[in-house]
Design a binder for this molecule. Structure first.
Ligand code: CDP
Ligand code: MG
Length: 138
């Protein structure tokens, strides 16, 4: 697995609100481009695998329900080394209410649990998550 790729999910709220083009466009304009891209509705098993680190937390069940409740866009984005970190910076803080203006969450969201986008939080997470969503790329 190369270190210049990361997994992004445009969550069901992003799809429902018609923000897919806006969000992907921000990455494309920065020359961080999709190498895999798919609209899909997650089954529970995939959502559980993806959010395994959060099992038992108060927000776990609502998050699984939300992530499986409608179509999302799964993408592997490619850019320079450390692309996962650039993507995280462009996403903004997890709690959208605190996310800086200019970030995706800071420009388009206000809630912790409707924060539009997931991005891998390390090179190791990126490798693991890409394998979950796009095993043929690994
Ligand atoms: O998505 P990110 O990596 O920024 O945050 P996380 O801490 O890995 O949490 C995963 C997801 O769970 C968040 O993006 C939120 O959708 C949700 N969450 C929540 O609803 N309430 C919290 N207190 C923490 C997370
Ligand atoms: Mg996370």
């Amino acid at each position: 697995m190369t270190m210049n790729r990361t997994l992004v999910l445009l969550k069901p709220d992003a799809v429902a609100r018609g923000l897919v083009g806006e969000i992907l466009g921000r990455f494309e304009r920065r020359q961080i481009t999709p190498v895999a891209l798919e609209l899909r509705t997650l089954d529970r098993a995939t959502a559980e695998l993806h959010y395994a680190e959060h099992v038992g937390k108060s927000f776990y069940e609502p998050t699984i329900a939300f992530m499986t409740g409608g179509p999302l866009v799964a993408a592997v984005l490619e850019g320079p080394d450390g692309t996962w970190e650039i993507v995280r910076a462009m996403m903004g803080a997890t709690n959208s209410a605190a996310a800086a203006p200019g970030t995706i969450r800071g420009d388009f969201a206000t809630l912790m649990n409707r924060n539009l986008i997931h991005g891998s939080d390390s090179a190791e997470s990126a490798a693991r998550e890409i394998a979950v969503f796009f095993p043929s790329l690994v």
